[in-house]
Design a protein. Structure first.
Length: 295
């Protein structure tokens, strides 16, 4: 394996404890190729719980950029990527891993601050990438506290979650952006997540654009890490809520905001875009109606 220089892209917002946990797990990675270097670029979107100050204190090598609370997760990831290309900061040591110049990175690693990487995760991602070639995106699957896969690669128009294999990588069509290794050659073709999308649809769009450009996406063997976040807020599938509340939730920025969902469908699912645009909202309304009738 050639020399590896990783630019780790992270975002945070009022998640001081979990951000520090994610960074601690990153610095405890083992079995990395000799000479591996990394720079961490964290964009904090208006935290009021002292996240930027805590990161600077405990991980002084991490480049921390505070921005406004109105900056979306997707835009913050784009800013972190820009910072990784500027050559400014993010090149110091982290947990004994020597840093390298930011502009010289060979891979970007998207790392959600709600994920604690397992000790061998980064080595597995890099090993999978090396075997597959520089035109391949490698996705790390993430499990919850119960051992269930909650983030991974996705397949098909319905974005079915891909379970990681035990010993060999699995193909996927697109991916959740929690743990994603993007080689430089892929970045040069696909670029950053599109600013049209504010949250997770930006991940899915990036994967679809990569595939359209001939890039292969693989889910690495095993789970790369575990979620450290608490229970998610109730979504549109919560039992017992009415149709109006279910539709309010499904059209919110946390799930499928209509304008962004339409842009995604139009870009990637034509000629089925009109049907796919309407179907999740219709299913949500039907589910809530049936739930009320049964209740």
């Amino acid at each position: 394996m050639h020399s590896v220089h990783l630019a780790v892209l992270m975002t945070s917002h009022d998640h001081r404890a979990r951000t520090l946990s994610a960074l601690r797990a990153l610095e405890e990675q083992r079995a990395l190729p000799a000479g591996t270097t990394l720079g961490v670029h964290l964009v904090d979107t208006g935290s009021t719980d002292g996240t930027p100050e805590a990161v600077r204190l405990r991980h002084p090598a991490v480049e921390v950029m505070p921005v406004g609370a109105d900056v979306s997760r997707n835009q913050a990831l784009r800013i972190a990527s820009r910072n990784s290309r500027s050559g400014g900061g993010g090149g110091g040591p982290l947990g004994g891993i020597p840093g390298g110049p930011s502009h010289a990175w060979t891979h970007q690693l998207w790392l959600d601050d709600g994920v604690e990487l397992f000790r061998d995760a980064l080595a597995t991602l890099l090993r999978t990438s090396d075997a597959a070639g520089s035109d391949t995106v490698v996705v790390g699957a993430v499990r919850n506290a119960y051992g269930d896969t909650v983030y991974s690669g996705r397949r098909g128009r319905s974005l079915t979650l891909v379970e990681p294999g035990a010993h060999r990588p699995e193909r996927c069509d697109t991916y959740d952006g929690r743990v994603v290794l993007v080689p430089r050659a892929v970045y040069d073709v696909v670029g950053d997540p599109d600013k049209v999308f504010r949250h997770r649809m930006g991940d899915y769009d990036h994967g679809r654009r990569a595939r359209r450009a001939g890039v292969v996406a693989l889910v690495a063997p095993g789970h790369a890490g575990a979620c450290v976040e608490g229970p998610a807020a109730p979504g549109s599938q919560e039992p017992g809520i009415g149709v109006r509340e279910a539709l309010r939730r499904v059209t919110s920025v946390r799930e499928l905001p209509p304008c962004q969902w339409w842009a995604y469908c139009l870009r990637h699912t034509w000629p089925w875009a009109p049907y796919l645009m309407v179907s999740p909202y219709a299913r949500t309304a039907a589910r809530a109606t049936l739930g009320r009738l049964r209740g």
